[in-house]
Design a protein around this ligand. Structure first.
Ligand code: PLP
Length: 367
């Protein structure tokens, strides 16, 4: 068979959280909960569901390739102009567009150890050199990332908060970092969990875009807006950057139903607030329960928690799977003794804790 270009050979296919249906088939269990993909446990906004039903009769038509109304609503929501917005088939699409448009094989791309896996995939896709910078306290070390810049650096990816650690860089760290980044380097702040963040020292990065720096913020409707299945994400960037990305994106990369649902979800601020509150309550419950179990975790600014299980995360995930609970082992991110759990409904969280108590007892008895 024809070989792909060499850099593609080194890419592992993306391992998502196991779909519920697959676990049902494999283990013959019916009562399954998925805490593996950082989805919103409250589901989508009812307004979004209505919009989806209404737009269903229109799907024989191509979507508006320019997403006029969604961009208008988003621009208003964020307080920018439509020219600052690029839409994607999920924010992953925007991350890939950035790499495809700007990264050449002779370039270097900087990201952190244990950062969201897509940065590595898109760097390899472009046959570029990855410069992977160690973290400090499981957190992006922006000073070290700035120090790693060379005259070959083209793009720096920062996940804030990061997946799977849930940790964030602060406003002060970001300001110091941006002072050191030369203007011919593109900085990407991936803010997929932006709406979940509660710390007041979280950096507001919009000014970098509005100042015309080479800066892209990516955000998504997949997380707090509960529309992961519809694949709607976006980038906020200076108009000239948006114009470049628009040249290479698929003309209809944001579906008709996705656009309608995203507009409705954006209007439902109650659902967003409810989701934030729900996440905070679930987080506090899980922290307490993990403390009781003597398990170490990282404090999170997302809707998921990285949990050290003191033994193989893959084995714990597998044992939980057999009890109908899907969580994510994260050895691939450099954490072999940890799993990542999405904060679920109260009932799901309780079920996780009950199972975890049994599973961690059983496994430590065996080992
Ligand atoms: C840090 C981070 N960025 C981006 C994404 C991609 O989200 P989507 O493509 O659904 O917008 C995710 C999804 O898990 C994520 O965790």
């Amino acid at each position: 068979m024809l070989k792909p270009k060499p850099s593609i050979d080194t890419i592992q296919p993306y391992q998502g959280g196991k779909p519920i249906e697959e676990v049902q088939r494999e283990f013959g269990i019916t009562d399954i909960i998925k805490l593996a993909s950082n989805e919103n446990p409250l589901g989508p906004s009812p307004l979004a569901v209505e919009a989806i039903a209404e737009s269903a009769t229109q799907v024989h038509l191509y979507p508006d390739g320019n997403a006029y109304y969604l961009k208008r609503d988003l621009a208003q929501h964020i307080g920018i102009s439509e020219e600052h917005l690029i839409l994607g088939n999920g924010s992953n699409d925007v991350l890939q567009l950035i790499a495809e448009a700007y990264v050449a094989p002779e370039d270097e791309v900087i990201y952190a150890v244990g950062a969201f896996v897509v940065y590595s995939v898109v760097t390899k896709l472009c046959s570029a050199t990855a410069v992977v910078v160690p973290v400090q306290n499981d957190t992006h070390d922006l000073a070290a990332m700035a120090a790693a810049i060379t005259d070959k650096t083209k793009v720096i990816f920062v996940a804030n908060p990061n997946n799977p650690t849930g940790t964030m860089v602060t406003a002060d760290e970001t300001a110091a970092f941006m002072e050191q980044v030369p203007n011919d380097v593109l900085v990407v702040f991936d803010e997929a969990y932006y709406e979940y963040v509660s710390r007041s020292d979280y950096p507001q990065t919009l000014p970098y875009v509005l100042e015309g720096r080479n800066f892209v913020i990516t955000r998504t409707f997949s997380k707090i807006y509960g529309l992961a299945g519809l694949r709607v994400g976006y980038g906020i960037a200076p108009p000239a950057l948006v114009e470049t990305l628009n040249r290479i994106r698929q003309p209809f990369n944001c579906s008709l139903i996705g656009q309608a649902a995203a507009r409705a979800a954006l209007k439902d601020t109650d659902h967003v607030v409810k989701s934030q509150e729900h996440n905070n309550i679930g987080k506090a419950f899980l922290y307490n329960a993990f403390d009781d179990l003597g398990l170490r975790y990282l404090e999170t600014e997302g809707n998921f928690i990285m949990l050290h299980v003191g033994q193989s995360g893959a084995e714990v995930a597998d044992a939980l799977l057999r009890k109908g609970i899907i969580v994510r082992p994260i050895a691939g991110y450099g954490y072999p003794d940890a799993v990542r759990v999405t904060i679920g409904t109260q009932q799901e969280n309780e079920r996780l804790i009950t199972a975890l108590r049994v599973v961690s007892g059983q496994l430590s008895a065996i080992s």
